[in-house]
Design a binder for this molecule. Structure first.
Ligand SMILES: [Fe+2]
Ligand SMILES: [Fe+2]
Length: 177
């Protein structure tokens, strides 16, 4: 523990006055913001693809009268959309532009859009579990790479990760039931 910590407010105040146009981007950011923006844009694409997959599966599951599964897919879909918006807002804070281009979403996403036969609930559950496991692994790697270089983005991804782990757990329960 370093007990000699003194907050150099004068230095911080002087730094803050320089490059005011950088907004939330300050010298405390120890990573190339463009690199973080690119990673976050892949997160935006991934979350949107997850939203489309869950939404499609929710509608198909309703068709086969499995209200419990459909309700779970609908809840997850809403959260994936929220994750996309959080990532997009962070991109904007970093001075970037969130990329919602539908033409490149599938290729930028870490996960796949799948549309199993409407009656194949087990396949839907397995597709979504696989997607969650890919998302968990890839976000964990981004979190480790960020470390303390951009704590705000790291915390955002950790918040999202917590929900992805719940999603995976929810689906596993439904697969078992
Ligand atoms: Fe998500
Ligand atoms: Fe998820």
């Amino acid at each position: 523990m370093n007990d000699d910590f003194v907050l150099d407010v004068e230095r911080i105040r002087a730094q803050a006055r320089q490059r005011m146009e950088a907004g939330a981007r300050t010298p405390a950011l120890k990573v190339d913001p463009e690199k973080v923006i690119a990673l976050l844009n892949d997160v935006v694409a991934t979350e949107i693809v997850c939203w489309t997959r869950y939404t499609r599966h929710a509608i198909s599951a309703v068709g086969i009268d499995r209200a419990q599964v459909a309700a779970e897919f609908t809840e997850h879909a809403g959260q994936e959309l929220q994750h996309a918006l959080w990532a997009a807002e962070r991109i904007s804070q970093l001075g970037g532009n969130p990329d919602f281009d539908p033409g490149t979403l599938a290729q930028r996403a870490h996960t796949d859009y799948t549309a199993p036969a409407p009656k194949d609930l087990q396949q839907m559950l397995r597709d979504n579990l696989l997607a969650e496991r890919i998302v968990i692994e890839s976000y964990q790697e981004i979190v480790r790479w960020l470390g303390d270089r951009d704590p705000t983005t790291r915390r955002l991804l950790e918040k999202i990760l917590e929900e992805e782990e719940e999603h995976a757990d929810d689906i596993l329960d439904l697969l078992d039931s």
